[in-house]
Design a protein around this ligand. Structure first.
Ligand code: B3K
Ligand code: ZN
Length: 875
């Protein structure tokens, strides 16, 4: 496919004011009649042919222009386009019929079947697989949709907007008509037809509108949708309170389906969800699953304003809706749960996926300026870094100006397809700040490095920070300009409190330094002692902070920093430094390093009287293998990293076993399960303690895990026991795995956890185990969740085995990608994310990874999705 460029954007030549769809759901004979009211766009070119997008479409019958059949010479229809050579100069009506076979649609884009239901997925370019259309987000239309189906096969018929009419027809068929008064781009279109169960509720908006809420699920799963419904109502209330945004239709429907390419989709008034993000019961879902449901329900709901009421002008502006909506869902979660703990977990996520992406061949700006396949840009950079950019904006201009800017954006652009410039202009106006330089966050890729050196002059009591920023080169971008970087900070005195900052005129507000050029010096005078700096508090900017603090400083900050995020960060930094050194020594034939003070720091948090369980858990978890890979940066040996990490865990376990045991038994299962943050925190700390104990290796610890597994009254405890056991090569492990498989044989979503855990076992036999599991009756190459759990779990969740020194892990992934590509290119392409850091590997593995990538690249045809990623990986 050819590259599309932001610089080439042109307004559409035609607009579509209204769309009438008549969809007759009838298996392989499904017909879609589309009646479009079109007119030339005054902002477009005059006198050009009308070209509608299509993808694998079949026209059925003769198209009508203003009700009259078109003659064959006046139009052309191919699977990828419908062209009307000489369209009328004024408004006209075009009627086109296409014939579809939803069951044959394995890409899960457009109209397809999942289980017993017909459903749709249109973002980004799936609507063109349903009917010919101007499939671009700046064409907004009012839709009326009539669906007809067999009454027994599809008693439930849903589309966007409000229900208008329904009734019975001859031959056991029935119909429903839906009307969506809000003009929308076609990527937000959805319809569902099937035999589904439903749970209902309702909501009264702040201004008194009554909204009927419904969640549709597979029969028998109704009870498992209760938490999603609760999360929905909390989201609706929160958006009113935090952003002044009310819901705007009479109904809000959610449908859970089991075959879905991603998490969920925000179609106006009819969100379609991967059932993984709807269904939960204490026996089948972990605390993490509940948290995932809460945040995805909120995310899709929040899109109603950020995405739907105001959409994107073009796909380059994707972060306009995604970064902003992730920011909103993160704020929601922080309000529902613990702010610092959620911040830590969001940053963990950012560092483990977005930072490596930004440092490798797939790096791209938050707003890309070119793409060959837009599906490949639904990335951690657009979503998570996009959210960090909004958070920085809020930090820079302050809470009140931020809210005024949001209000202005909603007022000014409601009903429009907007750009990042228009969005940022609202904040510039509302705050009086010049945000030109800030826009670089949208156009420059790469994680900025902020390098800090300290100077302490005891004689004058002057403490200075020299701060330099450097943005690494990324594909297509070698020269970078300095960015605006807000650094929240404090200086810790020896009593552990923040010292009075003294004065440096350029410190903007109390505790905030704003970097704008390549180098800065900040001086603080009148200090009695050298302080310990606490920089980038609460992770105020998505940067790599490089400052060489001693272990003493770090461990001091870990105990005393008034910013909880930075307590956690200081501990992570101390552990990271040790692990990097340890990995290096292991490669040179040495033994893994331990560090008594790290174990002590963990013990003191575990033993604290006022312990916050969720925070203590985060505090005690070591940096991930991905974190260490990124930190080491070049010539990476995943086995050494694993050995260093495992070695440190063993050392900690051995040193503080009594504290771990005391903590573990003090947190015994309290019986009845509730998914709230506090109880989840308890369970997560219990899991962390157990994990450390089991790594210590004693039979007693293994017995403890075995008992926890068997006695568990909820999935969180059962899974944490199984996860701990999965890391040790012991007969108990296999017993537990087979028990789990039997217990949950009829629960595909639960078996996904079982697939993923086995795929992550850091042992030589795992690749064969994964191959074997692909033949398990519960596995299917047709279901994205199964593939992501087993194959994705191996490729992205098992650094030592995916990166086997013999290259077998890479070859396996290449085989799966090539097998899947013709059926579901989007999911195939996603799997290739596992290669995002291949260039940082040591030479042997690097050559083998390259060989696997080249083998994929040599195959023809490849989908646009896979070929785009492989090309970029190899560039
Ligand atoms: N907007 C959808 C993602 C669509 C992905 C298309 N490949 C879900 C979301 O971000 O809310
Ligand atoms: Zn989204």
């Amino acid at each position: 496919p050819r590259a599309v460029r932001l610089a080439d954007y042109r307004a559409p030549d035609f607009l579509i004011d209204t769309v009438h769809l008549d969809v007759n759901l009838a298996g392989p004979e499904t017909l879609v009649v589309s009646r479009l009211r079109l007119r030339p766009n005054p902002a477009g070119r005059a006198g050009v042919p009308l070209v509608l997008d299509g993808d694998a479409l079949r026209l059925s019958g003769t198209p009508l222009l203003d009700g009259a059949e078109l003659d064959a010479a006046s139009y052309a229809a191919t699977p990828t386009a419908f062209t009307l050579h000489e369209p009328p100069a004024d408004a006209f009506e075009l009627t086109l019929t296409t014939k579809l076979d939803p069951a044959a649609n394995t890409q899960l884009m457009g109209l397809y079947r999942s289980g017993s239901a017909y459903c749709t997925q249109c973002e980004a370019e799936g609507f063109r697989r349903i009917t010919y259309f101007l499939d671009r987000p700046d064409v907004l239309s009012v839709y009326t949709v009539r669906i007809e189906a067999d009454r027994a096969e599809a008693p439930v018929l849903l589309a966007n907007g409000n229900p208008v009419e329904s009734g019975d027809l001859d031959g056991n068929r029935h119909f429903a008509v839906w009307h969506d008064p809000f003009p929308k781009p076609c990527y937000l279109f959805a319809l569902v037809g099937g035999d589904l169960a439903v749970i209902k509720d309702d909501f009264r908006t702040a201004s008194g509108r009554h909204v009927d809420l419904a969640i549709y699920v597979e029969h028998g799963k109704e009870e498992r949708a209760a938490y999603a419904m609760d999360a929905l109502k909390r989201s609706m209330r929160w958006d009113e309170q935090a952003f002044g945004r009310e819901y705007d239709l009479d109904v809000f429907n959610i449908v859970a389906v089991s075959d879905f390419n991603m998490g969920a989709m925000e179609n106006k008034g009819l969100n379609v969800f991967n059932d993984k993000y709807v269904l939960a019961s204490s026996e089948t879902a972990t605390d993490a699953d509940y948290a995932g449901i809460e945040s995805v329900i909120a995310h899709e709901y929040f899109h109603n304003w950020t995405g739907n009421r105001i959409t994107c002008r073009d796909w380059f502006q994707l972060c306009l809706k995604e970064g902003l909506t992730v920011f909103r869902d993160q704020e929601f979660t922080q309000d529902m749960r613990s702010r610092p703990v959620e911040r830590i977990s969001d940053v963990r996520g950012l560092r483990s996926v977005q930072f490596p992406e930004d440092a490798g061949p797939f790096a791209h700006p938050v707003r890309p300026d070119t793409y060959r396949e837009i599906n490949n840009f639904y990335t951690a950079t657009v979503y998570e870094k996009g959210a960090e950019v909004i958070r920085m904006l809020k930090t820079l201009i302050g809470v009140d100006a931020f809210r005024r800017g949001m209000d202005l954006y909603f007022a000014r652009h409601d009903g429009e397809a907007a750009t990042i410039e228009q969005f940022i202009a609202c904040f510039a106006e509302a705050s009086g700040h010049d945000l030109k330089q800030f826009l670089l966050w949208y156009s420059q890729a790469g994680t900025p490095e902020v390098i800090v050196t300290e100077h302490w002059d005891a004689s004058s009591g002057t403490y200075a920070l020299d701060i330099r920023q450097h943005i690494p080169a990324t594909p297509g971008q070698t020269d970078k300009k300095p960015m605006v970087i807000p650094l929240a900070f404090g200086l810790l005195g020896s009593d552990g409190n923040d010292v009075d900052l003294g004065s440096d005129g350029r410190v903007k507000r109390e505790g905030l330094i704003v970097l704008t050029s390549g180098e800065h010096r900040f001086e603080f005078r009148g200090l009695k002692e050298r302080p310990v700096p606490s920089l980038n508090r609460n992770f105020s900017s998505p940067i790599q902070l490089k400052i060489d603090l001693s272990d003493n400083d770090l461990l001091f900050a870990a105990r005393h920093d008034g910013d909880q995020f930075n307590c956690w960060q200081a501990m992570q930094s101390a552990m990271t430094r040790l692990l990097v050194t340890s990995a290096k020594e292991i490669r040179e034939g040495g033994k893994p390093l331990g560090e008594p003070r790290i174990a002590e720091a963990i013990a003191s948090v575990l033993n604290a009287n006022d312990r916050d369980d969720a925070f203590a858990a985060q505090f005690s978890i070591l940096p991930t293998e991905t974190d260490l890979t990124r930190e080491i940066g070049t010539n990476v040996d995943p086995d050494a990293i694993y050995a260093a990490r495992r070695g440190l865990k063993e050392a900690i376990s051995a040193q503080i076993q009594p504290s771990l045991l005391a903590c573990y038994s003090g947190l015994a299962d309290q019986g009845s399960y509730t998914p709230d943050a506090k109880s989840a925190g308890r369970r997560s700390l219990r899991g962390v303690a157990l994990d450390l104990l089991v790594v210590g290796g004693g039979d007693e610890a293994i017995a403890l895990a075995e008992r926890q597994y068997a006695d568990a009254t909820n999935m969180t405890d059962r899974m944490s026991a199984l996860a701990s056991l999965s890391q040790v090569d012991h007969p108990v492990r296999e017993r537990a795995f087979s028990d789990f498989a039997e217990r949950f044989a009829n629960e595909p979503l639960v078996l996904d956890k079982w697939f993923a855990l086995q795929a992550a076992i850091p042992e030589r036999g795992t690749l064969d185990r994964v191959r074997g599991l692909m033949n398990h009756p519960a596995f299917s190459m047709g279901n994205p969740n199964r593939i992501r759990s087993l194959v994705g779990g191996f490729a992205s969740g098992n650094p030592t085995q995916f990166n086997r020194p013999d290259g077998a892990g890479y070859e396996f992934l290449a085989d799966v990608v090539l097998e899947l590509d013709p059926k579901n290119p989007q999911v195939a392409a996603r799997l290739l994310g596992a290669f995002r850091s291949w260039k940082t590997l040591e030479n042997g593995r690097r050559a083998l990874a390259e060989q696997a990538l080249r083998r994929i690249n040599a195959v023809s045809p490849l989908s646009a999705d896979v070929s785009d990623l492989v090309t970029r990986a190899l560039a």
